[in-house]
Design a protein around this ligand. Structure first.
Ligand code: NDP
Ligand code: OXD
Length: 321
């Protein structure tokens, strides 16, 4: 029996994520299945049983009448959830060690960068200034992680092992060794009041949109050993109120920010973030995952699904993540 085809729909992403690269990876791991890279005029949409996608245009997935599973090629599904015509079939997101470990590298890099006063030290070097500042121990600093899912829980564990005091905030209650866990709206303030470095690894949903705003920043620990609290956002740009971030950096409510994601991507050339002295900016590549790993993860799931097994990391459409 002919196996249902896999359609690839990839828009945007980095060089590493070119549509041709995805096609090559999926051809390797789905050898007995037709792999169609769209746009392709020479196929029948009814052949397609599986779709592997990154930021498909709204309506694109609705054109496959026999679609059985949608595989998002990243962890965040907010772009898909915004498609009102998204077919009502299981939607699987990425949760693989390669992505998780790369995100933890980003988080640890930026936490240490602020903790070890790298912005000040690079300025000092440029100005040939020999003026060390007091350096606090890691255990004097509390890193608060918003989102204790696949990514947040791993970052929390590594930061704890480096010696930071780590707290976390999620929707449902959690127990993570050595991490003080808070959950729900009622415990948000208690979480924020302890936090010196706020790391955001939340998904973008109706509930979390613009959660990183002035009111939240004003509740962070005002007696932080770092002088003022720091924001690190690698979740999604829609989580942050960008005018509030700029205002809080300028009035001292925030001491610095590391941003990987923005309301508009690519970040417009006239964004004040580009040249802000307190902002460390990266172009949404905190976890630029390897298509080799993800294509194998998708192929394994398709095989298991066709053999009657369960899919992993299926998105809860009601929650939106
Ligand atoms: P998960 O779904 O595993 O975890 C999400 C976490 O957020 C969970 O702990 C969840 O709580 C919590 N959460 C969700 N909504 C709320 C809320 N309203 N209040 C409090 N907590 C909430 O996702 P991942 O860890 O895999 O990924 C997180 C996000 O990181 C992705 O959605 C994506 O946007 C972003 N990302 C960014 C990348 C980049 O390169 N910058 C790369 C990959 C991902 P609970 O556990 O109770 O459900
Ligand atoms: C994302 C990803 O969701 O790269 O941003 O996985």
């Amino acid at each position: 029996m002919t196996k249902g085809a896999l359609a690839i729909l990839v828009h945007g992403g980095t060089e590493n994520w070119s549509p041709q690269r995805w096609k090559g990876r999926f051809d390797d791991v789905c050898r007995d299945r037709r792999v169609i890279l769209l746009p392709d005029a020479s196929f029948d949409p009814a052949e397609v049983h599986f779709a592997a996608v990154w930021k498909p245009k709204p309506g694109e997935l609705a054109s496959f009448p026999n679609l059985r599973v949608i595989f998002n090629l990243g962890a965040g599904v907010d772009a898909l959830m915004a498609d009102k015509s998204l077919p009502d079939v299981p939607l699987v997101r990425v949760a693989v060690a390669d992505l998780t470990e790369r995100m933890t590298e980003y988080v640890v890099l930026h936490v240490l960068m602020h903790h070890r006063q790298e912005l000040y030290l690079r300025d000092s070097q440029r100005e040939k200034r020999w003026q060390p500042k007091f350096q606090w121990a890691a255990n004097a600093v509390t890193v608060g992680i918003m989102g204790l899912g696949t990514l947040g829980a791993h970052s929390a564990d590594v930061l704890r092992r480096i010696g930071f005091r780590v707290t976390g905030w999620s929707s449902s209650p959690k127990q993570i060794e050595g991490v003080e866990c808070f959950h729900g709206a009622a415990q948000l303030d208690a979480f924020l009041q302890r936090t010196d470095i706020l790391v955001c690894l939340l998904p973008l949903t109706a509930e979390t949109r613009h959660i990183l705003n002035h009111d939240v920043f004003a509740k962070l620990n005002r007696t932080s050993p770092l002088g003022a609290p720091v924001l690190i956002n690698a979740g999604r740009g829609g989580l942050q109120n960008e005018a509030d971030i700029l205002r809080c950096l300028d009035d001292g409510t925030l001491g610095a920010a590391s941003l990987d994601v923005y309301e508009t991507e690519p970040l417009p050339a006239d964004s004040p973030f580009w040249s802000h002295p307190k902002v460390v900016l990266t172009p949404h590549n905190a976890a630029d995952t390897d298509p080799d790993e993800i294509s194998k993860y998708v192929a394994r799931q398709i095989e298991r699904f066709e053999a009657g097994g369960a899919l992993e990391n299926v998105v809860d459409r009601k929650r939106g993540y």
